[in-house]
Design a protein around this ligand. Structure first.
Ligand code: PLP
Length: 386
C-alpha cells in the first residue's frame, strides 16, 4: 500500500478510525514545494524570517488583533504569555481542573502555583463562579481554555478579571476559527494563543503556535522572550532571560500556502458538526448529551458527547469499526504529575471535572470525513440508545 492508497481509502476496510487520514495530496505537494522554496532561497534564512513575519501579518489581518507572535508550540505560547505578564514565584494562577496538561505545568514552570477551578460538567470549560471563589490576594491571572466544542464564557471571565484586577490568558489552542459574539477566539484575553500542532484546526506538519495580543507591552515581551531576550535588531544582546521558542520558515511557507484554504477546512468540519448535532439532539432524553447546537461560541475541534454509559458506548462503537477517544481520564489535580501541588482549599474538589472525565467520549471529526462515514458514526450511536 502506498501513501496515495491510504489517502484515498482504497483497499481500506469500511471503518471510521478516530484520527486524521494521511495528508491530502495537495498538502503533501505544498509541503514539498515549501521545503524546496525555503531550501533554494538565496536568503538561506530558516528561522524567524520573512515568511514567519508574513504569517504573523496575515493572522493579524484575519483576527483584527494588534499583534501576533509566532513561537515554537502552544506550550511555549502559554509559558511566554505567563512570563510576559511577569507571573512568577509567590503568584497564583487559576486554571481549569479539566484539560490539557500544559495548562498547569506551564504555571509551575514559572515558579507560580496553579489553583484548579471546576468546570461545567457538560462542556468542560471553566466555571466563572467557581473560579471567582478561588481568587486570593496572591492571584495574578486566570487561564481560560476553550474545550472540544465550546468556547469558555469569556465575557464572564473578563468581568471577574476586571473585578479582581487579574490578567486573562485565553488558551485558544484548539479554537482557531471559532467566534463568540462576533469576536474571534484568541482575541478576548489580554493574551491569546493558537496551536498548530498537527491535530488542531489549523494544525501543520510540525510544532508551532502563535500568541495574540492587543496590548503593546506583553506583546513586546513575548517577542523578546521567544528568542532568548533579544530585541530582533541587535544580536547577542540579551535584555532578559528568555527561551528558544522560535518559528521555522518551512512551516511558515506551508501555513501561508494553505491559509486561503483554512475557511474551507473549517466549513467541512462545520458540515460534520451540524450533521451530528441534528442526529443526536433527539437522544438527549435517552441520556446522550451532545454539544448544544448553534454557531456562537462553537469550536470545531473535537466532537465529544457525554453519557453515563460512556465505556459501553465506546465498546459498541468499536464493535462497529468506529474509533473514539477519551482525552482526559482524570481531573488535572488528580493526575500523578501534579500530586505535589497543594490544592486551594486543601479539601478542594472538582465535581464538574470528575463528571466530564467520566462521561466524555470523542467521535471522529476531521475535514476529510466522508458522508458515508458521518452517517455510519451517527447510525451506530443512535442504535446504542434506541
Ligand atoms: C494542544 C493544547 C496545548 C498545547 O499545544 P502544543 O502546541 O501541543 O504545545 C495547550 N492547551 C490546550 C488546550 C491544548 O489543547
Amino acid at each position: 500500500m502506498t501513501i496515495d492508497d491510504l489517502a484515498t481509502g482504497a483497499g481500506a476496510p469500511a471503518t471510521v478510525p478516530y484520527g486524521h487520514p494521511p495528508l491530502p495530496a495537495a498538502e503533501r505537494e505544498l509541503l514539498l514545494t515549501s521545503v524546496r522554496e525555503v531550501g533554494t532561497d538565496p536568503e538561506q534564512k530558516f528561522i524567524l524570517g520573512r515568511r514567519t513575519a508574513e504569517l504573523e501579518r496575515a493572522l493579524r489581518e484575519r483576527t483584527g488583533v494588534a499583534d501576533v507572535i509566532a513561537c515554537a508550540s502552544g506550550t511555549g505560547a502559554l509559558t511566554l504569555s505567563l512570563r510576559a505578564l511577569r507571573v512568577g514565584p509567590g503568584d497564583e494562577v487559576i486554571v481549569p481542573a479539566f484539560g490539557a496538561e500544559p495548562l498547569a505545568a506551564c504555571v509551575l514552570g514559572t515558579g507560580a502555583k496553579p489553583v484548579f477551578a471546576d468546570v461545567h460538567p457538560e462542556t468542560g470549560v471553566i466555571d466563572p463562579v467557581d473560579a471567582e471563589s478561588r481568587v486570593s490576594e496572591r492571584t495574578r491571572a486566570i487561564i481560560a481554555a476553550h474545550v472540544f466544542s465550546t468556547m469558555a464564557d469569556m465575557p464572564a471571565i473578563i468581568e471577574l478579571a476586571v473585578r479582581h484586577r487579574l490578567e486573562v490568558i485565553e488558551d485558544a489552542a484548539v479554537a482557531q476559527g471559532a467566534t463568540l459574539r462576533g469576536r474571534p477566539a484568541g482575541a478576548w484575553g489580554d493574551l491569546g494563543l493558537y496551536s498548530f500542532y498537527p491535530v488542531k484546526p489549523f494544525g501543520m506538519v510540525g510544532e508551532g503556535a502563535v500568541v495574540l495580543s492587543d496590548e503593546a507591552e506583553p506583546a513586546r515581551a513575548v517577542r523578546m522572550l521567544r528568542n532568548h531576550g533579544q530585541d530582533g535588531r541587535q544580536r547577542f544582546v540579551h535584555h532578559e532571560i528568555g527561551f528558544n521558542s522560535r518559528f521555522d520558515e518551512i512551516q511558515a511557507a506551508f501555513q501561508l500556502g494553505r491559509l486561503p484554504a483554512l475557511d474551507g477546512l473549517l466549513d467541512r468540519r462545520r458540515t460534520v458538526v451540524d450533521y451530528y448535532d441534528e442526529r443526536f439532539a433527539p437522544l438527549r432524553e435517552h441520556g446522550l448529551l451532545a454539544p448544544r447546537p448553534g454557531a456562537d461560541g462553537r469550536c470545531l475541534y473535537v466532537y465529544a458527547v457525554h453519557t453515563a454509559d460512556r465505556d459501553a458506548l465506546a465498546r459498541h462503537l468499536a464493535a462497529h469499526g468506529i474509533g473514539t477517544r477519551v482525552y482526559y481520564p482524570k481531573p488535572l489535580p488528580r493526575s500523578a504529575a501534579f500530586a505535589g501541588v497543594p490544592t486551594t482549599p486543601p479539601t478542594a474538589s472538582w465535581p464538574g471535572a470528575e463528571l466530564a472525565c467520566a462521561r466524555h467520549l470523542a467521535l471522529p471529526l476531521h475535514p476529510h470525513l466522508t458522508r458515508a462515514q458521518m452517517r455510519g458514526v451517527a447510525d451506530a450511536v443512535c442504535a446504542f440508545f434506541e
